[in-house]
Design a protein around this ligand. Structure first.
Ligand code: FRU
Length: 516
């Protein structure tokens, strides 16, 4: 079939924009790769700015992850879709940039190709993204389709945008499409807002190109945020789950609602609510279902609002990179109807050396040196029996240096059952940390699984009942890891530490898809 001439023109412009972007990244990727704050086993771009993961999909047996990417500077703007591929969700190979702004509906210095989703449709991989142009009262956000046959090169649809504007219940803030298939129809949720209330709106299509507006799927009651970014809606066990990243709620960065969907009315009613992650740096997560039926979530290891807009995202900006993607978390429902987040089992392939401690009682003043040096890339699993613990507080010192006094402390306050991430002495630049409630389990125990990766710490409390993700920027000399106790003794049931391998080749920013 002959290609339409406008398709050829669109493709030509798009390819030119992609070549320009790749050349820009190539200029600084060697410098970025040398930064000691680079992560060892989290996905990063070769250089420059990363925010939301998007377009998560399994296509022809391989996992694809796209991400919001500015290939021109280590700050937000000119959004593209960077692209990586993996066979095991842990080891990543960088692919060419997938989408670049090139059309009137998606080209803007403070806009571009915003977050969206990807779906395998027969032999094709289709993505729907938000084209964002203008700002302030000129903001225009539309939804666009692009298609790939090989999962690498994408062609923008000649009839874009496929949704040219918001429904009456929405506003110009109308973005982050997320789709799924049910009973032979395609459904899409989008984030929007009106009158200071965030909401998710629902569309339906037969071909992913023509979309019919259905309803407001769910909206804030005034307490759930002024705008809902990155809504993600999916079935889990016998329920539906809506995730979104609310604006205007300060420290609350990610909310989930668990409930039921009425496909007739297009209305979601929820019974249970929770937060995705209690850290300062976890935002805009997206999920997908893989061929093993697992619901897997990735998030952006940074967030808006903690720091003044566009001003300070930490010192890596000086090395021409900023932002990364979390470890993959598998979602399930617990007996109370709340979500549980657990690292996928493939993360165990990162383990190298293993250190194991027999049960022990740790007394005041004593410290258990869990790892003397090299505590930069670790997995730590600690379980304590709270019924036999008298300490007011115990926890982990991470990335410590006794000479300089630098340290990051993960505290468990036994009286209140609170988990505190204290980074006030971590690096001289990180401001407030984070805290959340993490009560003992049914056996009266508390457990933590902690992933330390250079400038990132992901904490999973009580088998993923709570997650807490924060960034820290210590210098290379901060390598000590310890268990400490204060005001009483702590009954340690088990302590395991693994050093974790890097997924990157040492000499380049390029990825090495190692055998998993
Ligand atoms: C969330 C977000 C999305 C938007 C994208 C732009 O972090 O603001 O709503 O699509 O980032 O980069």
């Amino acid at each position: 079939m002959e290609e339409r001439s406008d398709v050829k023109e669109i493709d030509r412009r798009h390819k030119e924009a992609l070549v320009r972007a790749e050349a820009s990244v190539a200029q600084v990727s060697a410098q970025a790769a040398r930064d000691p704050l680079r992560l060892h086993y989290h996905l990063m771009a070769p250089a420059y700015w990363v925010n939301d993961p998007c377009g998560l999909v399994e296509f022809r047996g391989e996992y694809h992850l796209f991400y919001q990417f500015n290939p021109y500077a280590p700050v937000w703007g000119h959004m593209h879709w960077g692209h990586a591929r993996s066979r095991d969700l842990i080891h990543w190979e960088h692919l060419p940039i997938a989408l670049a702004p090139s059309e009137p509906y998606d080209i803007h210095p403070r806009g571009g190709i915003f977050t969206g989703c990807a779906m395998a449709d027969g032999e094709e991989l289709k993505v729907i993204y938000c084209g964002s142009t203008g700002e302030g009262s000129d903001l225009r956000q539309v939804q666009c389709l692009a298609v790939s046959r090989d999962g690498i090169h994408f062609t923008k649809d000649a009839d874009n945008p496929v949704i040219a504007g918001p429904p009456p219940e929405g506003s110009a803030n109308f973005r982050d499409p997320n789709i799924w298939k049910h009973d032979g129809h395609w459904y899409m949720v989008l984030g929007t807002c009106r009158d200071g209330k965030g909401k998710a709106v629902l569309y339906r299509s037969e071909d992913m190109k023509h979309w019919e507006y259905k309803s407001v799927l769910a909206e804030s009651d005034g307490t759930l945020g002024t705008m809902w970014e990155c809504p993600d809606f999916f079935p889990l066990e016998d329920k539906y789950v809506l995730l979104f990243s609310p604006m205007g709620l300060g420290a609350v960065k990610g909310i989930y609602l668990v409930g039921d969907l009425d496909y007739e009315t297009g209305r979601f009613t929820w019974q249970t609510r929770g937060e995705m992650d209690y850290g300062c740096e976890y935002y805009a997560p997206q999920t997908f279902e893989d061929s093993q039926g697992r619901r897997i979530m990735f998030g952006w290891l940074n967030s808006w609002e903690w720091m003044p807009w566009f001003q300070d995202f930490g010192p890596t900006v000086q090395q021409n990179w900023c932002g990364a993607i979390s470890l993959p978390r598998m979602l399930s429902l617990d007996q109370t109807g709340h979500l549980r987040f657990t690292p996928v089992r493939e993360a165990e392939s990162l383990r190298e050396e293993h250190f194991h401690w027999e049960p022990a009682v740790l007394h005041p003043g004593e410290r258990l040196i869990a790892h003397k040096a090299g505590g930069v890339s670790l997995e730590i699993a600690l379980t304590c029996d709270l019924q036999r613990t008298t300490a007011g507080e115990f926890g982990l010192i991470l990335r410590g240096n006794e000479t300089t006094g630098r340290q990051t402390v993960l505290r468990y306050i036994t009286k209140t059952g609170e988990l505190v991430f204290d980074r006030s002495r971590a690096d001289g630049c990180s401001a407030q940390g984070s805290r959340c409630s993490c009560p003992a389990d049914a056996l009266g125990r508390i457990s933590f699984r902690v992933y330390v990766d250079s400038s990132c710490v992901e904490v999973y409390g009580n088998e993923g009942q709570v997650c807490m993700t924060n960034r820290i920027y210590p210098d290379a000399g901060c390598t000590q890891t310890e268990v400490y106790v204060k005001d009483g003794s702590a009954d340690i049931v088990s302590l395991d530490v693994w050093t974790l391998k890097s997924i990157w080749q040492a000499d380049a920013g390029d990825c090495d898809p190692q055998e998993g």
